[in-house]
Design a protein around this ligand. Structure first.
Ligand SMILES: C[S@@+](CC[C@H](N)C(=O)[O-])C[C@H]1O[C@@H](n2cnc3c(N)ncnc32)[C@H](O)[C@@H]1O
Length: 266
C-alpha cells in the first residue's frame, strides 16, 4: 500500500477517534486491507469514501478498536467502588446516582458496576442509572443483548456468587437478568466528539478504563478535561491502573487507597 495514503488514513483516524496508528502503520494496513478487498477499492478511494460516509466510519471503528474486557476487571477498584464510594454517595448525593462507563465495549464493565450496586444492598435499582457508551456499534449491540458465551473470556475473574445471583444459566451462555440488566443503558458516543462530550453532564462517577492507553498525552488531557466538566462537584473518575492523569493540571485530586487510586473533582 502507498505509504502517503496510509499516513493520511492514520491521521484521519487519529483526528476522528484519538486512536494513534501513526506510529504503527503496518498494523493499520493489516486491519483495513480486507475491507479494501471487500469494496474492491484502492486506499486513496477508501479515504474518499470515509470523507463522505459516516456509515463507513462505523465499519472502520469495528475494525480498528480493541475491545478486550471481562466481568469484575480490576477487582481492587470495584471493591473500593462498592465498599467506600457507594456508601459515601448515598449520604451526599441526589438520587438517582448517575454513573458513566465510557468506552464500555461489550458491556462487562457497566454490568459489573450494576452488580456491585446490587451487592452493596444500599440502593434500590431505580436509585442508580448506569450508562455505557462506546464508539464501536457492534460491541454495543452485544452489550445491549447482555448474553455472553460460557466459554468466552468474559467470565475469567467473576466471583462465583455473582454468576448465580445475576445471570440466567442457559445451556451455552450466561444472560444478565432482572435488575442488573435494567439499571444499565447503552448508547454510541465518540470520546473525541466535542459536541457529544460537552452535552454529557451531572455524573457522580465515571469509569473510563483501558482506553486512554491507546491515546497520546494531548488526547488523554482533552478527554479527561471533558470528564472533569461532565462530573458533579466532588464527582469521581476511575481510570485503568496504567492510565495516570495526576500531573496534567486538570484539577482532579488523586485519591490513593486500598492498593488502587482514583480521582476526585475539586
Ligand atoms: C479495551 S476496551 C475497554 C473496555 C472496558 N472499559 C474495560 O476496561 O474492560 C476499549 C474500548 O474503547 C473503545 N474506544 C476506543 N476509542 C474510542 C473513542 N474515541 N470513543 C469511544 N470509545 C472508544 C473501543 O471501542 C473499546 O471497546
Amino acid at each position: 500500500m502507498e505509504n502517503i495514503a496510509l499516513t493520511q488514513l492514520g491521521q484521519l483516524v487519529y483526528n476522528y477517534c484519538g486512536l494513534n496508528y501513526l506510529s504503527n502503520l503496518p498494523s493499520l494496513e493489516a486491519k483495513v486491507s480486507k475491507r479494501l478487498q471487500e469494496l474492491n477499492v484502492t486506499l486513496w478511494s477508501y479515504i474518499k469514501i470515509l470523507e463522505e460516509s459516516a456509515e463507513e466510519w462505523d465499519v472502520l471503528m469495528v475494525l480498528l478498536t480493541i475491545n478486550e474486557t471481562y466481568f469484575y476487571r480490576e477487582d481492587k477498584q470495584l471493591s473500593v467502588f462498592q465498599h467506600t464510594v457507594l456508601p459515601s454517595l448515598n449520604k451526599k448525593h441526589v438520587k438517582p446516582i448517575k454513573i458513566w462507563s465510557a468506552a464500555c465495549s461489550t458491556g462487562e464493565e457497566p454490568y459489573s458496576l450494576a452488580m456491585s450496586v446490587l451487592d452493596s444492598g444500599i440502593y434500590s435499582s431505580d436509585e442508580v442509572q448506569i450508562i455505557g457508551t462506546d464508539i464501536n456499534k457492534k460491541v454495543l449491540n452485544t452489550a445491549k443483548g447482555g448474553t455472553y458465551n460460557k466459554r468466552s473470556l468474559s467470565f475469567r475473574r467473576i466471583p462465583e456468587r455473582w454468576l448465580t445471583s445475576y445471570f440466567y444459566d442457559n445451556p451455552n451462555d450466561y444472560q444478565i437478568k432482572g435488575e442488573a440488566k435494567e439499571m444499565v443503558s447503552f448508547k454510541y458516543l465518540n470520546l473525541l466528539d466535542d459536541r457529544s462530550m460537552r452535552s454529557e453532564s451531572g455524573y457522580d462517577v465515571i469509569f473510563c478504563r483501558n482506553v486512554l492507553i491507546y491515546f497520546d498525552a494531548e488526547t488523554i488531557k482533552k478527554v479527561a478535561t471533558y470528564f472533569y466538566h461532565s462530573l458533579k462537584k466532588d464527582g469521581l473518575l476511575f481510570l485503568g491502573h496504567a492510565e495516570n492523569i495526576s500531573n496534567m493540571g486538570i484539577g482532579f485530586e488523586t485519591i490513593s487507597t486500598d492498593g488502587t487510586f482514583y480521582y476526585r473533582k475539586g
